[in-house]
Write a protein that binds this ligand. Structure first.
Ligand SMILES: C[S@@+](CC[C@H](N)C(=O)[O-])C[C@H]1O[C@@H](n2cnc3c(N)ncnc32)[C@H](O)[C@@H]1O
Length: 342
């Protein structure tokens, strides 16, 4: 048979679960202090040595470990990123996107495309964020994954926008504070308000402390469909609008609009899809299908963002160029007159 790139893609579920299993077993952490045999690693990870040897050989061809002798394995530089305690860790992303709940949703993709229905709720019996509130372990993995992704793009965001012009910057759905910490570290003037559900804020204090900005940042737990803190002059909303369908996204933006003074700004940070797909949007397009399954949300084009903002009484002021490798942009919006009712 001639080689088929599509067939390679279809077999992608195998490497994905092999890497996920390495994360689940803590294999990279068990290899942190140097090369080990399968037997030694089996002892450290509580696993079946002959099966672990087979996993290690597969991880070798995936580039996560190096086979130094037939039964002696060391971490590669890429494999090191599966460790929990490294600054460029990808452990949370692997743990989240290959988690059993997400995996089961992806198994329903044909049905989701047939019906357009949001799968996560059918699979787990709860909406995504209700489920996280009751499952602290998956919630912690989710928060870690979001922080890993945000850490990558934060330097480009901070460089692209003049955050120094604001007195108070609120980050709505700001997760564990990774982005707000990066912004406040870069500009000495503004104060911050980190706003999210309680489950997301669990480790926020530590993130803000470590960045040395805890004394300039208030942490507020709440539901952005009910109310958001008033009086900020910038409302950053990163990777949040894409979690929701148009109705919920407009409701969230209306709550935000109701809290804004005429001079305040909304800064949506998300990838923006062009009308014609290009290869560099790979991550955003995969995320779009993931949103169909796991949150009921979607990625959007610039025209869709403009309409959504307008439906919430907000006028688009500017759309930045792409920032970072995932094609994020900053969509700046201001209150349009008159304000609609929340
Ligand atoms: C995809 S994450 C993005 C996190 C962060 N902004 C980032 O980019 O790293 C979506 C965030 O929205 C928060 N969220 C979901 N529903 C919410 C609600 N009703 N009120 C406040 N925050 C909510 C989640 O807890 C989560 O932290």
């Amino acid at each position: 048979m001639t080689r088929s790139p599509l067939l390679d893609t279809a077999f992608g579920f195998m490497p994905a679960q092999i890497v996920y299993t390495a994360v689940e077993l803590g294999l990279a952490d068990a290899l942190a202090d140097g090369p080990r045999t399968a037997g030694e690693l089996a002892e450290r990870t509580g696993t079946h040595a002959p099966s672990l040897l087979r996993l290690l050989r597969a991880l070798t061809v995936l580039g996560a470990v190096r086979q130094q002798e037939p039964d002696l394995f060391a971490l590669t530089d890429e494999g090191r990123r599966l460790r929990r305690d490294v600054p460029d860790s990808i452990r949370g992303m692997v743990g989240l996107f290959c988690a059993p709940e997400v995996w089961r949703c992806w198994g329903q993709l044909p049905e989701a495309v047939r019906t357009g229905e949001y799968v996560w709720e059918q699979v787990t019996g709860e909406t995504t964020f209700e489920y996280f509130a009751r499952n602290p372990e998956l919630s912690a993995t989710f928060n870690a994954a979001m922080a890993e992704a945000t850490r990558n793009v934060a330097p480009a965001l901070v460089k692209a926008h003049d955050f120094g012009r604001y007195r108070t910057i609120a980050d709505l759905g700001g997760g564990n504070g990774t982005l707000l910490a990066a912004i406040l570290s870069a500009v000495p003037g503004p104060k911050g308000v980190l706003f999210d559900l309680p489950a997301a804020l669990e480790h926020a204090g530590r993130t803000l402390e470590e960045a040395g900005v805890a004394d300039r940042c208030e942490v507020v737990a709440g539901d952005f469909f009910q109310a958001v803190p008033e009086g900020a002059d910038a409302y950053v909303i990163k990777s949040v609008i894409h979690d929701w369908d148009d109705e919920k996204a407009a409701a969230l933006l209306r709550t935000c609009r109701a809290a804004m003074t005429p001079a305040a700004r909304v800064l949506i940070v998300e990838p923006v899809l062009p009308p014609l797909v290009t290869p560099e949007l790979h991550a955003a397009l995969m995320s779009d299908v993931n949103m169909l399954l796991t949150t009921g949300g979607r990625e959007r084009t610039e025209a869709e963002f403009r309409d959504l903002l307008a439906s919430a009484g907000l006028a688009t002021v500017s759309v930045s160029g792409p920032l970072g490798h995932a094609g994020y942009r900053i969509i700046e919006a201001a209150p349009a007159d008159p304000a609609p009712r929340p």
